[in-house]
Design a protein around this ligand. Structure first.
Ligand code: 5RP
Length: 228
């Protein structure tokens, strides 16, 4: 029997970030997400930078970190497919459906994930949920539509708040705004994602159901568990 150990959340992030290296193909290009867990993966990826062609990045922040460690960053437009995309999540359920966008990078994350054959999600156990919806749902919106979209979430029983940074509405890497929506019950993530995505002014909804995780590397007290 394995004795559970006490790992800090930061250590769990490091462990899953390192474990994700196993899915990176030598000689290939890897899709890279955004966030504190992905930063651990990027640090680990630097140890094999001479064995990959480079990375396609999902944010300016990840691009900066990749380049600072000497990992070439390729434009997504130059790539027709990727063997794997590695990213974190704010919530993940037992089917691999996720909420993402806590770091405001959800649109580019979905774009890069869509290029990939496999989505490997790296999370510590605090992100595992029975049903999505406790984490405020990020939705990237065109600024002129924000109030209209907030009202639509209100009609669904949710409360949408414009995300701010330094007292101003946060601008994403794409120059748009983020609404964070609480109070939703996301019982059918596939249908929910399809519905919200077609509202005028929605750029991307932070439910990743159509592009769910293929594999989840979960950092637990017992070590890294691989969930297919
Ligand atoms: C960024 C994301 C991140 O993957 C998500 O917020 C998790 O981040 P962290 O690893 O820092 O907890 O979706 O837009």
């Amino acid at each position: 029997m394995t004795t559970p150990q006490t790992f800090s959340q930061d250590t769990l992030k490091t462990l899953v970030g390192q474990a994700a290296l196993h899915y990176v193909e030598a000689g290939g290009i890897v899709g890279v997400g955004t966030g504190s867990t992905v930063n651990k993966f990027i640090d680990a990826l630097a140890t094999m930078k001479d064995r990959i062609q480079g990375a396609v990045s999902s944010s300016e922040a990840s691009t900066q970190r990749l380049r600072s460690l000497g990992i070439p960053v390729l434009d997504a437009a130059q790539v027709s497919s990727l063997p794997v995309y590695i990213d974190g999540a704010d919530e993940i359920d037992g089917k691999g459906y996720m909420i993402k966008g806590g770091g405001a990078a959800l649109t580019r994350e979905k774009i890069v994930a869509a290029l990939a054959e496999r989505f490997v999600c790296i999370v510590d156990a605090s992100k595992q949920v029975q049903a999505l919806g406790a984490f405020p749902l990020p939705v990237e919106v065109i600024p002129m539509a924000a109030a209209q979209i907030a009202r639509r979430f209100g009609q669904m029983g949710g409360t949408a708040v414009l995300r701010e940074q330094g007292g101003q509405p946060l601008r994403t890497d794409n120059g748009q705004h983020i609404l964070d929506v609480t109070g939703l019950r996301i019982t059918d993530p596939l249908a929910f994602e399809s519905e919200v995505n077609q509202w005028p002014g929605v750029v991307t909804v932070g439910v990743f159901a159509h592009q769910k995780a293929s594999i989840c590397l979960l950092g637990t007290a017992q070590g890294v568990q691989t969930i297919h």
